[in-house]
Design a protein around this ligand. Structure first.
Ligand code: APR
Length: 237
């Protein structure tokens, strides 16, 4: 842990954090890319797009039902808890996540902006009714709404727009922060990744926490190489 990172944290007045699947890896939730990534055995285009769902809703729901079953058995890790305690002591703290697993809230985070929705929400493809549905396994695949239409996972698929309110709040947080911590994201998916250069243009200091280099490492003033579940608790202690 570099003293510089701790110094930046102590000097920060408006902290923003952007997380990706890497922060849930130590809980046992597979990431998308990288050596043990979900996309190793599946192609995103075959599972996480409106076209894939229209083509084969059963296959897409089997994949989400499998991911829901994994997530239902895991716990938040020290990285999630560290961010929850950082929020408690930072008045202007904003947490933006690409994750859909809900582990930030289970660790106690309250101000979470979900860019890609939640794997625990479902939405009717016809009437638009949206509900929390935590059933594992899903009793019927693909599930149907009371109106008879197919119900889809309440997540954002490739090619779909992000939830307007969450994106507006995320842009505002990135533009206003004086420190942005980017943890556990490969920074390959837009527009989420654009929050990092946006924060840099606003003069924020940027700390990247990742096992490896990413396309945005060059924008980060500090790159802490290692596991978020180990680095974040050290950073805030
Ligand atoms: N600590 C820190 N970083 C980690 C850890 C860890 N324990 N384990 C993995 N990582 C890093 C990997 O090195 C990688 O850079 O986390 C990143 C995970 O990248 P992705 O699997 O691409 O996940 P993410 O960046 O969240 O993907 C963004 O793409 O598939 C879509 O909608 C999906 O929200 C997702 C988006």
């Amino acid at each position: 842990m570099t003293p510089q990172a701790k110094q930046w944290l102590s000097e920060a007045r408006r902290i923003a954090v952007l997380t990706g699947s890497g922060i849930s890896a130590e809980s046992g939730v597979p990431t998308f890319r990288g050596q043990d990534g979900l996309w190793r055995t599946h192609r995103p285009e075959d599972l996480a797009t409106p076209e894939a769902f229209a083509r084969d809703p059963k296959l897409v729901w089997e994949w989400y039902d499998w991911r829901r079953s994994i997530i239902s058995k895991v716990e938040p890790n020290p990285g999630h808890f560290a961010l929850a305690s950082l929020e408690d002591r930072s008045p202007d703290f904003q947490l933006v996540t690409q994750n859909v697993d809900g582990l930030h809230e289970r660790a106690g985070s309250r101000r979470v902006h979900h860019l890609h929705g939640s794997i625990w929400r479902v939405r009717c493809t016809e009437c638009g009714a949206e509900n929390n549905d935590g059933r594992v396994p899903m009793p019927v695949i693909p599930p149907r709404c009371g109106c008879g239409a197919l119900v889809r996972p309440g997540v954002v698929w490739f090619g779909e727009p992000l939830p307007g309110k969450a994106w507006m709040e995320a842009e505002r947080a990135a533009a206003a922060c004086d420190l942005l911590i980017v943890a556990g994201t490969s920074a390959q998916v837009y527009p989420a990744a654009s929050l990092v250069p946006l924060a840099a243009r606003g003069g924020a200091r940027i700390i990247e926490i990742n096992l490896e280099e990413t396309p945005l490492s060059g924008v980060a003033g500090l790159a802490l190489r290692g596991k978020a579940g180990e680095i974040l608790p050290q950073l805030i202690s």
